[in-house]
Write a protein that binds this ligand. Structure first.
Ligand code: MD3
Ligand code: FE
Length: 203
């Protein structure tokens, strides 16, 4: 079923469940070329979520700040290509949520383990906020924190499970959001991890 999350956002329960094994195989192919790493921030912190990218551009963070760029600074090579199964699933989910014609040019891969959290933030490094973001949850479940337009708005909590797909557009595109510390567990397809794929139109 589809659950409205807010103005312009939808949670598609289980939308990626059947595709999950193929998505995970393609993801591991990407990670063989562009390994997961912990970015440094301009404030001198290290992000707890392990990250990588695929597609024409990828999201990076370093002493100079956050941005999208075509080169993986770890290997000084272009990011791996966006697997067609990623783009197809994102396009279908966006269309189902009311955003036809979504063509992502970036996919951020996030990996969480027990205790990893993502503190409240906005996604604002993309050029045009009219494009939605499609997020695919794989492996262990997480508690998603969904705030409002101001950091001080009290977040609502949603459980995100293996195969859930969320589409974020409209008024929610700039909402504050995060992930509560991951509970320990073991998933048959991902072991001790939760992966999240976010497909974006960055440029
Ligand atoms: C709401 N990722 O990569 S996915 C991120 O589970 C990020 O790894 C989380 O926040 C994760 O930036 C949450 C759900 C999500 C993704 C992007 C959004 C929600 C969003 C952008 C705008 C509003
Ligand atoms: Fe985000």
């Amino acid at each position: 079923g589809t659950e409205p999350l807010g103005e312009g956002a939808s949670l598609l329960h289980g939308f990626a469940r059947d595709a999950a094994p193929a998505l995970l195989a393609a993801m591991h192919g990407v990670l063989d070329q562009a390994p997961l790493r912990h970015w440094q921030t301009s404030g001198g912190y290290t992000l707890g979520v392990a990250m990588s990218n695929c597609g024409p551009v990828g999201w990076v963070s370093d002493a100079r700040g956050y941005r999208y760029q075509p080169i993986d600074p770890l290997g000084n090579a272009p990011w791996p290509a966006l697997p067609p199964c990623f783009a197809e699933l994102a396009r279908a989910a966006a269309a189902a949520a009311g955003y036809p014609g979504f063509e992502p040019d970036a996919c951020l891969i996030n990996r969480y383990e027990r205790g990893t959290r993502l503190s409240l933030h906005q996604d604002r490094n993309e050029r045009d906020f009219a494009h939605p973001i499609v997020s695919i949850s794989l492996g262990l479940p997480a508690v998603f924190l969904f705030g409002g337009a101001a950091r001080s708005d009290k977040p609502r909590r949603f459980r995100l499970e293996h195969g859930d797909v969320a589409v974020w557009g409209g008024a929610t595109r700039l909402a504050y959001h995060g992930i509560a510390p991951l509970a320990a567990g073991t998933h048959p397809l991902t072991g001790p991890y939760r992966y999240n794929l976010t497909l974006r139109r960055a440029r």
